[in-house]
Design a protein around this ligand. Structure first.
Ligand SMILES: [Zn+2]
Ligand SMILES: [Zn+2]
Length: 178
């Protein structure tokens, strides 16, 4: 299976030592080989500590680098088992099991019962500088948006209360952290 072809979000780093560790944990739990690769994300951690996803047949477990730095060894084990449970369910025909009954059953058999430490997530969120992007309307009003509008064009609320293409906002090319 061509595992290297799946696109990775910016900033994700393959973590080979961690991958080996995660594979060993999976083998100890199921007796089977784990086909997921583990990546570290420098940005994840404010809302969630990890995720499992399958992209173009490639199994990926992404863990928050900051969370791993701040949590205990025991919490790492929990986090890994949590994401492995998602992986396991996806591989055994339950990709949409979520945190439902099948997942909770695995929590009991694999003995992990704590979700990410809310306090650590809160600390990470507080440390993350937020990126703001400067958008300008034709009249020159400044709008610092937290994300680039994706689907719909956005117009200046100061010039027009409802969307009006004549007051459409355009990205100035300037972004800053605050
Ligand atoms: Zn989950
Ligand atoms: Zn305006």
């Amino acid at each position: 299976m061509p595992r290297s072809e799946a696109p990775l979000p910016r900033g994700y780093r393959p973590a080979s030592a961690l991958t080996a560790e995660v594979h060993a944990i999976y083998r100890s739990l199921t007796g089977e080989d784990c086909l997921a690769d583990v990546y570290l994300s420098p940005r994840m951690g404010a809302r969630t500590a990890g995720l499992y996803r399958c992209v173009a047949g490639s199994h990926q477990i992404v863990l928050s680098r900051r969370y791993l730095e701040l949590c205990t060894r025991e919490q790492i084990e929990d986090l890994v088992r949590h994401e492995l449970a998602h992986y396991h369910l996806a591989c055994t025909g339950h990709p949409r099991a979520g945190h439902g009954p099948l997942f909770r059953q695995l929590m009991r058999t694999w003995q992990f019962d704590r979700f990410p430490d809310r306090e650590i997530l809160r600390r990470i969120a507080a440390q993350q500088p937020r990126l703001r992007h400067l958008y300008l309307c034709p009249a020159g009003h400044e709008h610092w948006l937290s994300r680039h509008p994706k689907r719909r064009a956005t117009s200046c609320a100061l010039c027009s209360p409802t969307y009006d293409h004549r007051h459409r906002l355009r990205y100035s090319g300037i972004s800053r952290k605050e």
